[in-house]
Design a protein. Structure first.
Length: 94
């Protein structure tokens, strides 16, 4: 077993509830009449996009202009979060 202080790196993992965000997920929120949850979710997506732009994280969103390939699997949405709101989790996988 490797002791952390002797290692150059460490791995931290946590289980995140939710499923990959998609147009279908967002459309379902609209169809269910959850416009506040949809607006809040889209605002959170915008915040993650701006953060990725600042950090030059090109592996979450697709953008031909920026040359980003994207992987929306790195953006999870939990539509069953408490109080009827959605919870968005930005993860990073390879």
């Amino acid at each position: 077993m490797v002791v952390l202080r002797e290692s150059d790196s460490a791995l931290v993992m946590e289980l995140v509830d939710g499923s990959s965000i998609s147009k279908r997920t967002l459309s379902a929120l609209h169809a269910e009449g959850r416009s506040e949850a949809l607006d809040s979710t889209l605002e959170m997506v915008g915040r993650v996009f701006v953060l990725d732009l600042l950090l030059r994280n090109a592996d979450r969103f697709t953008s031909n202009t920026l040359g980003w390939v994207g992987n929306l699997g790195n953006l999870l949405i939990d539509t069953e979060a408490e109080a009827g709101a959605c919870r968005l989790s930005a993860i990073d996988t390879n």
